[in-house]
Design a protein around this ligand. Structure first.
Ligand code: HAM
Length: 428
């Protein structure tokens, strides 16, 4: 027999771990709802061309990390490495990119063939937010504060926001010319990886982790010096507003991001509590992407948060699961059917119920209910089933006899009253 294992860089999320995931997702979704951001879902599988055009062929993501294969119809398909390109495609294809403005979010698995380590997987999950049709610097602030607030709401500590501007296409091409000249002179002092990037994606050299190259880069031309007046003004406004809103940030002129579509604002949020994979959130403006992909010219800005990194950072208090409200103990053929019927009815209430399916002795079933710390218990034996009734009582409480009721299956009012008094009203 083959011992099957999951693929390297992928993980199973087991029920106990998922309690925290679900709590994190719930808090995020509530926060997005309150900010009037709507959900969008796009396929995990897309045409390869979409990412080549959207993200850029010179990027690491496209040139080295994509899961790409031919399907049975010989079409080149790719498991999405990120969500922005897919959202843009969906908006153009469905004719909604021309709507005035939309705030969208998505959550789900992404795939990158990277070297796995703590906080870095080949299948990982992102929450993405995209504001499409938003041009003003106010939307940059709104998107940055939204990301910041989500992280704060989840209790993430030691957050650092880094911002930079990449200017518009013109600013960048002016900078690139000067930078390439500088690179030519300094090429031999750079690490090998950076040397290789000169032809493919020179801007990414700014993002190097090599300490020596970093030092040399301190003297290189800075993009901020090549900004047009308009771009500079936009950048200054964003910095001023962030200060007014008391969102602490640092400027990092080397922050260029790993995807080609960015213009103007680029930002990342890291946490000092993560190891080498410290970036929890990355995003920025992409004003040219939609027109580049065949849509009408539409400004846009967004970010994505890596959920695995978020889970690593979010506290123990998010791990609590809700206790069982009612455990249904049942024994005997008639009792079983009645228990199943009752359990279905109880799912109409905001209660967590557990139906014992074991057929084990009453005492074993009681032990199980006790282990689950169920707040109450329903008992149905064949005697009760014959009379079409069940016993309900609070569990593990002194004087439980007082709370015990025998209720006829058809007496909905009596059941409602008992549940209200003992479980539902107590919670609210
Ligand atoms: P990104 O910086 O490539 O941006 O990814 C965003 C976040 O996803 C990272 O900060 C990190 O937390 C997480 N992440 C990336 N790769 C991995 C991995 N291999 N394992 C675990 N987590 C990972 C984007 O994807 C853009 N689409 C963001 C965006 C949206 N920009 C504008 N709109």
């Amino acid at each position: 027999m083959n011992n099957f294992k999951n693929l390297r860089g992928t993980v199973d999320l087991l029920p106990d771990q998922l309690i925290k995931w679900q709590n994190v997702e719930k808090i995020i979704i509530e926060q997005l709802f309150r900010a009037s951001v709507k959900e969008i879902r796009t396929p995990i599988l897309e045409m390869t061309e979409l990412f080549m055009r959207g993200i850029g062929e010179g990027t690491d993501v496209v040139s080295k990390e994509m899961y790409t294969f031919l399907d049975r119809g010989e079409r080149s398909c790719t498991l999405r490495p990120e969500g922005t390109a897919s959202v843009v495609r969906a908006l153009i294809q469905n004719g909604v990119s021309s709507k005035p403005s939309q705030k969208l979010w998505y959550m789900g698995p992404m795939f990158r063939y990277e070297r796995p380590q703590a906080g870095r997987q080949r299948q990982f999950h992102q929450l993405g937010v995209e504001f499409v049709g938003y041009e003003s610097a106010r939307s940059d602030i709104e998107i940055i504060t939204l990301a910041w607030d989500i992280l704060e709401k989840l209790g993430i500590k030691e957050l650092n926001l880094e911002i930079n501007t990449l200017g518009d296409q013109n600013d960048r091409s002016n900078f690139q010319k000067a930078f390439l000249k500088w690179l030519e002179v300094n090429k031999n002092s750079l690490d090998l990886d950076s040397q290789k990037r000169i032809d493919k994606n020179p801007l990414r050299i700014l993002d190097t982790k090599n300490v020596q190259t970093k030092k040399i880069l301190e003297d290189s031309p800075k993009l901020v010096d090549f900004l047009s007046e308009k771009s500079l003004e936009r950048y200054l406004t964003i910095k001023d507003k962030l200060k007014l809103l008391k969102i602490p940030f640092i400027e990092n002129f080397n922050l260029v991001r790993g995807l080609d579509y960015y213009t103007h604002t680029a930002f990342e949020i890291t946490s000092g509590l993560l190891g080498s994979q410290a970036t929890v959130c990355g995003g920025g403006r992409y004003d040219n992407l939609i027109s580049q992909m065949g849509g009408t010219e539409t400004p846009a800005i967004g970010f994505a948060i890596g959920l695995e990194r978020l889970i690593l950072l979010s506290g123990k208090d998010l791990e609590e699961s809700r206790e069982t409200d009612i455990y249904i103990v049942n024994k005997g053929l008639n009792a079983e059917t009645m228990a199943m019927d009752l359990s279905r009815k109880l799912r109409n209430y905001d209660l967590k119920t557990e139906l014992d399916l074991s057929g084990a002795s009453f005492s074993k079933q009681f032990k199980k209910a006790n282990k689950l710390k169920s707040k109450s218990i329903i008992v149905i034996g064949d005697d009760e089933a014959l009379k079409n009734e069940f016993i309900i009582r609070l569990f593990n409480q002194e004087n439980f006899e007082n709370m015990e009721e025998t209720i006829s299956v058809d007496d909905v009012t009596k059941l409602d009253n008992w549940l209200d008094k003992n479980l539902l009203l107590k919670r609210s």
